[in-house]
Design a protein around this ligand. Structure first.
Ligand SMILES: Cc1cc2nc3c(=O)[nH]c(=O)nc-3n(C[C@H](O)[C@H](O)[C@H](O)COP(=O)(O)OP(=O)(O)OC[C@H]3O[C@@H](n4cnc5c(N)ncnc54)[C@H](O)[C@@H]3O)c2cc1C
Length: 328
């Protein structure tokens, strides 16, 4: 089993997730998670704003199967919107439909997201509906369609690994769209598996939306793609206010600052909250080099938490037993 698969398994473990909630940010997670509460998140956002970087804020949350849990997430996001407004921060919202009840009931989720979009709209704030796995793709687009009947401060994400990503992009060209390579493990019948195919489709989508779309958020840590975009916008006289670059909090910090300094719109994706564990494990799965962070934080300290021990035990269990994962 690959290290990547181990971290993906860990990210899906509910026991470790709930154990992690009882502790502060551990195991190096603080380098990629901007705090466990709204005050800490606002401080991180203001620090980024001071460097000319705007933010999209994600209230972390996993395993939402009950109506009360979805309502609690909604209330927390409403508080985040108030905090962004009252602190005069340059930030908007990113949310995951499953956290707001998509796996419970579509209408329940729509009502929760509508309350959030309505509140954000009062402050002229954008709300991005993040894209999860294929199972949730159509219902997520349905949310966008339904909300667009009433609001125009809402957009979503298109994942370049899907064979028919261009069809989605053409349909949603009049929206502010975040373009990504795609983060979930999807079958070969519907999604490219090879990096070079995904990258080629990603570039095709970016170029098309820059030429034909409303506003493009290019969300990647890949400097090759970023350099390509810089050349492309120059060659085609695409103004800076038609697009932005996005990266995750804590990733390639120097490059984030450099792009902002060069005058490009830059937006950092700022995840926060005490439900940080699954997010952190998925980031490790994506880029196991980040394991250095964990090694420094956990193994050099005498104060290992139960979490570290449980994680180790779980890894060993998984390595010997094997498994198969859904999420990437
Ligand atoms: C802001 C943001 C929002 C996102 N939202 C979604 C979403 O809603 N739905 C979804 O499915 N996915 C989302 N993603 C995840 C995305 O789909 C990819 O899985 C993720 O970004 C990894 O792909 P990449 O484009 O960064 O480049 P990769 O293909 O991972 O990396 C390409 C190359 O870039 C360089 N590189 C990458 N990372 C680093 C690093 N940390 N340090 C140094 N060099 C590096 C390396 O040379 C690497 O080979 C989001 C990503 C970002 C940044």
């Amino acid at each position: 089993m690959m290290l990547k698969d181990i971290f993906m398994s860990l990210s899906q473990n509910q026991f470790l997730n709930s154990t992690a909630k009882k502790y502060g940010l551990k195991m190096g997670a603080q380098s990629v998670v901007a705090g466990t509460n709204i005050e800490e998140a606002i401080k991180s956002i203001k620090d980024l704003n001071a460097n000319g970087i705007s933010c999209t804020v994600d209230n972390l949350g996993e395993f939402v199967f009950k109506e009360e849990e979805a309502a609690a997430a909604r209330e927390q996001i409403l508080k985040v919107i108030e905090a962004i407004h009252s602190n005069n921060a340059d930030a908007h919202i990113s949310l995951k439909p499953t956290q707001l009840g998509l796996d419970i009931d579509y209408s329940l989720c729509l009502n929760n997201v509508r309350e959030i979009v309505d509140k954000a709209n009062q402050y002229n704030m954008f709300v991005n509906i993040d894209m999860e796995d294929f199972k949730h793709l159509q219902p997520t687009l349905d949310l966008l369609d339904d909300l667009s009947l009433e609001y125009d401060n809402v957009g979503t994400v298109i994942q370049a690994y899907f064979h028919n990503a261009m069809d989605y992009l053409e349909k949603y060209k009049n929206y502010r769209i975040r373009l990504v390579k795609g983060a979930y493990k999807e079958p070969a019948e519907i999604a490219y598996q090879d990096k070079k195919d995904i990258d080629a489709n990603y570039i095709k989508l970016i170029e098309w939306h820059l030429l034909n779309g409303k506003f493009t958020s290019i969300a990647t840590h890949d400097h090759r793609i970023i350099n390509h975009v810089k050349e492309f916008v120059k060659r085609n006289n695409i103004p800076n206010d038609k697009f932005e670059f996005q990266m995750l909090y804590g990733f390639r910090k120097e490059l984030q600052l450099k792009l902002a300094k060069e005058g490009y719109n830059f937006c950092t994706y700022v995840p926060f909250g005490n439900d940080w564990y699954g997010y952190f494990m998925r980031r490790l799965a994506e880029r196991p080099q980040n394991l250095n962070l964990v090694a420094k934080q956990v193994f050099n300290k005498k104060t290992n938490t139960i979490l570290g021990v449980a994680a180790g035990a779980f890894i060993l269990g998984r390595v010997t037993r094997g498994n198969n994962n859904k999420r990437k």
